[in-house]
Design a protein around this ligand. Structure first.
Ligand code: ADP
Ligand code: MG
Length: 343
């Protein structure tokens, strides 16, 4: 009898395991595909969601970005293929949303995925179909400029993951949340989310984030917000915060991006609250839509596959700067004359 019990896993299994880290639920598919569209320079991105019998059956992302050549399209869906990173050193200066080269391969490993793409220079496009990690075909196809990725049968071959999906309402909630957060971090891109062909979220591309906020949450909230625009040491901050009279019991409307990436960071959340000092009761959170620009060498985004967490070098300096800039913006605002609204 052989003593050897260790075997190398086959590639399909490796991909499925990797997919488990990035593709947790339908919203992760939308997030990864939308980030790819942003990296491709799109300024219009549409997310079409189809449901049937209480389940999400299809997610399609359509972009008007730069597309891919046939050669690139054929390998883009393989594991660890990326145009965004060459060596680990590049990571410290990364300006793209992606860099792991894993999303397309991961999604393709746990679904039936079809990618159709065309570049400006070519008259015909390319279609790549992949199911359960196996590429079915790479063929010439008619295509609009840009890229469309259609994902059907998500998790059909990973029943455990499929079982963990929550109710349709919860999964759609995550999906809407992703689109909203990415839209807020990218006002220069017009976003549309359609559920069964009906428009649910629309933002117009604009140079002013206030337009994005109006598109998502209506003019009333947007009107009361206080603009913030300042820089302090290594941090530049742009965006809007609520006057103290508008606050929430949970921090769900504190939207924060670093270098255009929507992130969650407890220390920064606290830093924002601290800027309000005693203006806010202890158990309340402000509404905030803030974009931080920080030298990329001070931000480590390679902490978690979903990249929503970041590690900050000089965290103390950054949080102190944020607190000071929030406080200054509130000091400048004419708070006394603002009408108080309760939510
Ligand atoms: P990553 O984004 O980390 O590079 P992905 O698996 O998400 O890895 O994508 C692999 C590559 O495919 C990208 O680096 C990019 O060159 C190409 N690509 C993916 N999506 C698009 C798109 N929507 N438009 C143009 N190119 C794309
Ligand atoms: Mg990507």
């Amino acid at each position: 009898m052989s003593d050897q019990v260790i075997r190398q896993l086959d590639q399909a299994t490796i991909n499925q395991i990797a997919a488990g880290e990035v593709i947790e639920r339908p919203a992760s598919v939308a997030k990864e595909l939308i980030e790819n569209a942003i990296d491709a320079g799109a300024d219009q991105i549409r997310c079409e969601v189809t449901t049937e019998n209480g389940e999400i059956t299809r997610i399609r992302i359509v972009d008007n970005g730069r597309g891919m050549s046939r050669e690139d399209a054929a390998i883009a869906c393989l594991p660890h293929t990326t145009s965004k990173l060459r060596t680990l050193d590049d990571l410290s200066t990364i300006h793209t949303m992606g860099f792991r080269g894993e999303a397309l391969a991961s999604i393709g490993a746990v679904s039936a995925m079809m990618l159709v793409t065309r570049q400006k220079e070519s008259t015909s496009g390319t279609r790549v179909s992949i199911r359960g990690g196996a590429i079915d075909e790479v063929a010439e196809a008619g295509s609009a400029l840009g890229t469309t990725v259609t994902v059907d049968d998500l998790f059909y071959n990973t029943p455990a993951r499929k079982k963990f999906q929550k109710s349709l309402k919860t999964e759609l909630g995550h999906l809407y949340g992703i689109v909203e957060r990415i839209a807020l971090a990218n006002p220069g891109i017009g976003f549309r989310l359609l559920l069964n062909r009906r428009g649910r979220i629309t933002t117009q591309r604009s140079s002013n984030k206030r337009d994005t906020i109006v598109g998502l949450y209506g003019p009333e909230l947007a009107r009361g917000l206080i603009p913030v625009s300042a820089s302090d040491g290594p941090v530049q901050i742009e965006g809007f915060i609520s006057p103290p009279a508008i606050s929430r019991l949970e921090p769900y409307q504190v939207h924060l991006s670093i270098n255009r990436r929507d992130i969650y960071n407890r220390a920064l959340l606290n830093a924002i609250r601290e800027g309000y000092g005693t203006l806010l009761p202890k158990d309340r959170y402000p509404v905030a839509f803030l974009d931080l620009t920080i030298d990329t060498t001070l931000v480590d985004v390679n902490v978690h596959p979903a990249k929503r967490q970041v590690r900050l070098d000089q965290e103390q300096t950054v949080t102190a700067a944020v607190t000071a800039m929030i406080r200054a913006a509130l000091d400048e605002a004419d708070l006394l004359y603002r009408p108080i609204t309760y939510h």
